[in-house]
Design a protein around this ligand. Structure first.
Ligand SMILES: Cc1ncc(C[n+]2csc(CCOP(=O)(O)OP(=O)(O)O)c2C)c(N)n1
Ligand SMILES: [Mg+2]
Length: 339
């Protein structure tokens, strides 16, 4: 069984790829900034966990995915939805609790799904999505597809018992499941150091015979390269793979986080020295793939998309009262008569 740390080498990327990653990461950042604003204005209620700082994780992995792959994640989910191609208008309208939202305004930030994009939530219970991800991977294998399931969870969730039960089953059944640990250094206010004695989460897979590696999550190219490796491992029928992606969230755990557990300087240092969007911007500029003006135009275009989504999320009506009684029970699936 191979386990290794990712080498720091940077893969080559074309101008088109770099521009795509830049746009995709910027869309998530600007969308989340807008969601933060709408929350502050009282237009979004309930919980809201922003993904700002972690954009390179989903954008890098989606660049390694193909049509038919599925994904499932926690409550910090807006970035995952945008990265797999869900409509920013439908996501924002769900945040504001409107009819035009992905769950008709009845789910909110943590409960959105898209059968079309194979995005299976949005889960508020820490770690609950991990066995679901293995189940999705089981379905892929059962149907004889060569598709994988990206199962995202945090460093805090990675200490849960159900994660290890899932590892065991996934390894035993050689499920095409990529376990993506988004290690953003904190579980609410608990730092990784205060949460565990063991230094690296991916190495725990060795106990179950699962290969994996640690990845620099502030470098979208490194994430994509590791994602491609994980994906080809799974598609080749070699079973699950663990990617521990080292990342950082700039905002609080949720909108109601006093952030007393870390210093402003720590956050500032990451923003200034390791920002993933700035990294790609510099690659584009120094490689002479784009000018400052061209990148400003991209920024303008993204702001337009986000403003349009924000407008839609306020114009869309609230769900009708009758909607309280819909989508409660699944429709009955016809069963074959017993022989
Ligand atoms: C089973 C369960 N326990 C506790 C909580 C409260 N809670 C919500 S998020 C969270 C921290 C999880 O941190 P991590 O897995 O690192 O994810 P991150 O928020 O950093 O993305 C906790 C304890 C919960 N939602 N579910
Ligand atoms: Mg965390």
């Amino acid at each position: 069984m191979a386990t290794r740390k990712t080498a720091a080498k940077k893969p080559n990327a074309s101008k088109e790829d770099l521009l795509q990653y830049y746009r995709d990461m910027l869309l998530i950042r600007r969308f989340e900034e807008k969601a933060g604003q709408l929350y502050g204005m009282g237009l979004i209620g309930g919980f809201c966990h922003l993904y700002i700082g972690q954009e390179a994780v989903v954008v890098g992995l989606e660049a390694a995915a193909k049509e038919g792959d599925s994904r499932v994640t926690s409550y910090r989910d807006h970035g995952h939805m945008l990265a797999c191609g869900m409509d920013p208008k439908g996501v924002m309208a769900e945040l504001t609790g409107r009819e035009g939202g992905y769950s008709k305004g009845k789910g909110g930030s943590m409960h959105m799904f898209s059968e079309e994009k194979k995005f299976y939530g949005g889960h508020g219970i820490v770690g609950a999505q991990v066995p679901i991800g293995a189940g999705l991977a089981f379905a892929n294998k059962y149907r004889g597809e060569d598709t994988v399931c990206f199962t995202y969870f945090g460093d805090g969730a990675a200490n849960q018992g159900q994660v290890y039960e899932t590892y065991n089953m996934a390894a035993l059944w050689e499920l095409p499941c990529i376990f993506v640990i988004e290690n953003n250094q904190y579980a609410m206010g608990t730092s990784v150091k205060r949460g565990t004695k063991s230094a690296s989460y991916w190495e725990r897979g060795a106990a179950f015979g699962i290969a994996g590696e640690e990845v620099d999550g502030m470098d979208v190219l490194a994430v994509k390269e590791a994602g491609e490796k994980a994906v080809s491992h799974c598609r080749a029928g070699k079973g699950p793979y663990i990617l521990e992606i080292k990342t950082y969230r700039y905002r609080g755990h949720s909108m109601s986080d006093p952030a007393k557990y870390r210093t402003r300087e720590e956050v500032q240092k990451m923003r200034e020295e390791r920002d993933a969007i700035e990294h790609v911007k510099q690659l584009l500029l120094t490689g002479k793939h784009a000018t400052e003006d061209e990148l400003k135009d991209v920024d303008k275009e993204i702001k337009g998309i986000v403003n349009e989504a924000a407008q839609f999320s306020q114009d869309s009506p609230e769900p009708a009262l009758e909607e309280l009684y819909t989508d409660i029970y699944a429709e009955t699936i016809p069963q074959d008569e017993p022989a």
